[in-house]
Design a protein around this ligand. Structure first.
Ligand code: ADP
Ligand code: MG
Length: 365
């Protein structure tokens, strides 16, 4: 089921009627979530991810704009009539009910032609429990489960009504690092197997990148960029997106374009033919540095960190906005002992951004 948001907006009135300002939590959002895909909604805390999800589910009413499921305009439908499954960060299982009863619960409220017999409900429950691999835990209480198992129960409960759309709001935040990894693979598998159109909300860029067919990056309620994770990483539209994706983060320098060349401080690092003279931000991905004695970017070396497969050279430069520069180079590379280090920069890993609006200026290849 394709989900389409058209100019979706949510304004919260000010809490303090006299002085407070209203909050535009989601601002004129237009996106298409393709049928059967998993789309990651990504951005820092407070950027409007949950609000977007709640509007899709119907738990919150949009201030403006429309929501379509396929051809159906669902903007004014109640949550029960939208056919969505919702999973929250805190699993919110009923503690006094068994796993089986928890999963089965939403089926008991079905009315009219959708009403199921006891046997049908049980069959459905076992089926989804198998899908999320907790069918051996059906008689336990939530307190007898690990965090990861509890989250699987919550997912099973969201799936049992066979929703048209699955909405997940930071579903992995309460899990420890290893379980988070494992559970996100599980969510991916379940999503593929069921083919349910899914929106996955997270503030964790790595999580969104690894699991999503497409990511939507938001800032202060406004969509910044939409695309396949690798495409967005390789071709960010603005400085915010460039900085939000990637670990270690992109290295950002204050620089300028002069006579068709990019300067970082006094270092002339790259051709930028056809670009007007101006102040710019220069972003270089950690893997965009090449150790090169005759390279144009001269830095002070502060250390070398060995990380198994790669080596990261830690350095500083007066024009760097990051406190330290991290350059990732292959571990075979021999790093000299000196206090200074020079790099040349890979063109496809180097981006420049206008200072006034932080939009990217595209370089010729
Ligand atoms: P996210 O999920 O990305 O962290 P939210 O969608 O929860 O962000 O919130 C977006 C903005 O809307 C925030 O500034 C938040 O404070 C505000 N907000 C969220 N819910 C309400 C509410 N019920 N009343 C007023 N402001 C709200
Ligand atoms: Mg949220």
């Amino acid at each position: 089921m394709e989900v389409r948001l058209e100019n979706l907006t949510k304004v919260f009135p000010s809490r303090n009627k006299k002085s407070g300002e209203e909050v535009v939590a989601v601002n004129d959002m237009t996106i298409v979530i393709p049928d059967g895909k998993l789309v990651g909604l990504l951005g820092p805390s407070g950027c409007g991810k949950s609000t977007t999800l709640y509007m899709i589910s119907g738990l919150q009413k949009a201030t403006g704009g429309k929501i379509f499921f396929g051809e159906d305009d669902v903007t004014n439908l109640s949550p029960e009539n939208r056919g969505v499954g919702l999973v929250f960060q805190n699993y919110a299982l009923y503690p006094h009910l068994t796993v089986k009863q928890n999963i089965l619960f939403p089926l008991q409220n079905l009315k009219g032609p959708d009403k199921l017999s006891k046997n049908e409900m049980l069959e459905r429950t076992v089926e989804v429990a198998k899908l999320v691999q907790i069918d051996n835990l059906l008689d336990r209480k939530p307190s007898e489960l690990s965090g990861g198992q509890q989250q699987r129960v919550a997912i099973a409960r969201a799936l049992v009504k066979m929703p048209r759309v699955l909405l997940l709001d930071e579903p992995l935040s309460n899990l420890d690092a290893r379980l988070r990894l494992q559970t996100r693979e599980e969510i991916r598998r379940i999503q593929r197997e069921t083919g349910i159109t899914t929106v996955f909300v997270t503030h964790d860029q790595e999580e969104a990148m690894s699991i999503s067919d497409e990511i939507v990056i938001m800032k202060l309620g406004v969509v910044q960029q939409i695309g396949r994770p690798q495409d967005v990483y390789d071709s960010p539209e603005n400085l915010f997106v460039a900085k939000f994706l990637g670990t270690p983060p992109i290295n950002v320098f204050s620089g300028r374009v002069e006579n068709g060349k990019i300067y970082i401080g006094e270092d002339c690092v790259m051709e930028a033919e056809g670009v007007e003279d101006q102040e710019v931000w220069v972003g270089v991905r950690p893997e965009g540095f090449v150790l090169d004695n005759s390279g144009p970017l001269h830095c002070s070396k502060t250390g070398v960190e060995v990380m198994g497969r790669d080596v990261s050279v830690v350095a500083t430069h007066t024009a760097s906005t990051n406190s330290v520069i991290r350059a990732i180079i292959p571990s075979e590379t021999v790093v000299g002992d000196g206090d200074s280090v020079s790099f040349s920069l890979k063109r496809n890993k180097t981006f420049i951004f206008r200072k006034e609006d932080e939009k990217r200026i595209r370089l010729e290849k």
